[in-house]
Design a protein around this ligand. Sequence first.
Ligand SMILES: *Cc1c(COP(=O)(O)O)cnc(C)c1O
Length: 212
Amino acid sequence: MDYNYLSKNLLAITKRLPSHARLIVVSKNQPVEKIIPLLELGHREFGENRMQDVKDKFTPLKKSYPDIHLHFIGHLQTNKVKDAVAFCDVIHTVDRTSLAQALATEMQRSGKYPDCLVQVNTGDEVQKSGISLQDAESFTLTCRDILRLPIKGLMCIPPAHEAPAKHFALLRDMAACTKLELLSMGMSNDYEVALQHGATHIRVGRSIFEEN
Ligand SMILES: *Cc1c(COP(=O)(O)O)cnc(C)c1O
């Protein structure tokens, strides 16, 4: 297979990244064969949304590329917390008290403290993960100051059929209020808007892996 397009896609995005922002390549549903060319080009930040895929795909890859940085960006079940803490460098989806408590307990037990982000449901969509807008600030403070989780920032996924700018602005303002530095926002369709609003981590899948 010819994977030249992967390097073209990677370069097209990285050359537009401001120095304070990082690209997380979202490799969910992608085979290891398509991840290796990106590793060979020096890329190290990857995102997955299922713990099983994190373990199956990246445990072998980490043997050859030990400095891979793994981001968990999916809904995290409490029975997967142990794996998440063991295998991931950043958990983007802390969104409820039961999960936050489980993470705090596991971090104390294991002595491993991956960075955590609070996922905010900025569109208050019923079916979507993320803490509601109304509860976001108090939840963030509870996670950080009472449970002592290493909360470093906020993450959101704007509603599919709305202009994303106001959601990104909202997340940025909320992070500023709680003095958090990291903003995980922006995907293939809207990462440029997210960067304009101060994204520190964009999460891009299709624009990397689809040949166009
Ligand atoms: C799939 C996914 C992405 C990447 O989306 P693309 O449209 O493929 O760029 C980003 N963030 C999350 C949480 C995802 O599940």
